[in-house]
Design a protein around this ligand. Structure first.
Ligand code: NAP
Ligand code: GDP
Length: 322
């Protein structure tokens, strides 16, 4: 293989973001790039030896590291220790094996939900370590924050350009729709699908957890995939970069529920279960740094992205992660 050929290994390649990258890259392939997508059946990245074996098999020059224990608010609240340990192990194994095998670039994935709970808004890339995360997801947050610390260490000690991106909430095809583990969009989508599969009638009640008031920025997985491919190809700093829609595109959970109701043409009524947790009230992130590189990037409008995802889910319900 000639020196300028890239082999890009995508860990977490069978998940929501990995599948979106696979879809986008199928339409944007380059002759000097070979993309390999792996899931947990290819390697247990919590295990160093298994990680080494999969790196030895594919010999990546570049890595997009997506693999993680991922889940919505309620899954995090119940399993903070597992989120901490599994993600610590996976991240250390992937970064250290990448270094040992001379991988030139790694792009790992943080999240806007790992920022300090008490903060000023909008949050930006400089604020990750400024205080404790929200108590609901401290395990995931501290494990993710340490990726940024490790990246700085790999640069200082070894000159590596191992970087990270910070997406806001993501949704799209191939999401995790499992009722206990899912994020809000796939969780509510599953609920609505199940409610109306035996008849879409006015007597049905769609229960949304919490008050509906929290605010979130949502990025469509295909848009995130395009941005992550850009980061891999063009962004060469160790400093993290937020990949989020604009602040003006922030929506309430009620708006999410109403958009889903419209996409399913649900005839019943929405009820809020205020006994359930709201989680962080908001985590409004600035995408000014991203906009300084890509001022004209067009995000898919939220309603359109929701409709496309609902249509995909209705067609692929039997194959989806339910
Ligand atoms: P996802 O759909 O849950 O996919 C997780 C991926 O990780 C799957 O491919 C899974 O493989 C793999 N994986 C899990 N445990 C593994 C293990 N022990 N060994 C090897 N692979 C393992 O997650 P996602 O939503 O695409 O998230 C991708 C990245 O984006 C994550 O780093 C996440 O923290 C970050 N992120 C996500 C969101 C969001 O809203 N979803 C927001 C911000 C950041 P299997 O399919 O075989 O299980
Ligand atoms: P977060 O953005 O990290 O807090 O994660 P989620 O996507 O799990 O939740 C976002 C918000 O949606 C929280 O305020 C939840 O209370 C609310 N929510 C409403 N219904 C649901 C549901 O069915 N599942 C989940 N995960 N969240 C829900």
């Amino acid at each position: 293989m000639s020196d300028n050929k890239k082999v890009i290994l995508v860990t977490g390649g069978s998940g929501l973001v990995g599948k979106a990258i696979e879809t986008v890259i199928a339409e944007d392939s380059r002759p000097d790039e070979t993309w390999v997508f792996i899931g947990s059946k290819d390697a247990d990245l919590c295990d160093k030896k298994s990680t080494e074996e999969v790196f030895a098999k594919y010999k990546p020059t570049h890595v997009i590291h997506l693999a993680a224990m991922v889940g919505g608010l309620f899954h995090n609240m119940a399993h903070n220790l597992d989120f901490l340990r599994k993600n610590l192990h996976m991240n250390d194994n992937v970064l250290q094996t990448a270094h040992e095998t001379d991988v030139v670039k790694v792009v790992s994935c943080l999240s806007t939900c790992i920022f300090p709970d008490k903060t000023t808004y909008p949050i930006d890339e400089t604020m990750i370590h400024n205080g404790p995360p929200h108590p609901s997801n401290y395990g995931y947050s501290y494990a993710k924050r340490l990726i940024d610390i490790a990246n700085r260490g790999y640069y200082e000690q070894h000159g590596r350009i191992y970087t990270s991106v910070i997406p806001c909430n993501v949704f799209g095809r191939h999401d995790n729709f499992h009722p206990k583990a899912s994020h809000v969009v796939p969780g509510l989508m599953r609920k609505l699908y199940d409610l109306i599969k035996d008849g879409n009638t006015e007597d049905k009640t769609f229960v949304v957890l919490g008050s509906g008031k929290p605010l979130r920025q949502f990025i469509y997985s295909k848009d995130l995939a395009k941005l992550m491919i850009w980061v891999l190809r063009e962004y060469s700093s160790v400093e993290p970069i937020i990949l989020s829609v604009d602040e003006s595109q922030e929506v309430t959970i009620s708006q999410v529920a109403e958009t889903l109701v419209a996409a399913f043409d649900f005839k019943g009524k929405i009820v809020y279960d205020t006994s359930a947790a709201d989680g962080q009230y908001k985590k409004t992130a600035s995408n000014a740094k991203l906009r300084s590189y890509l001022p004209d990037f067009q995000f898919t409008p939220f309603e359109k992205a929701i409709k496309e995802t609902v249509d995909w889910y209705k067609t692929n319900y039997d194959l989806a992660r339910n």
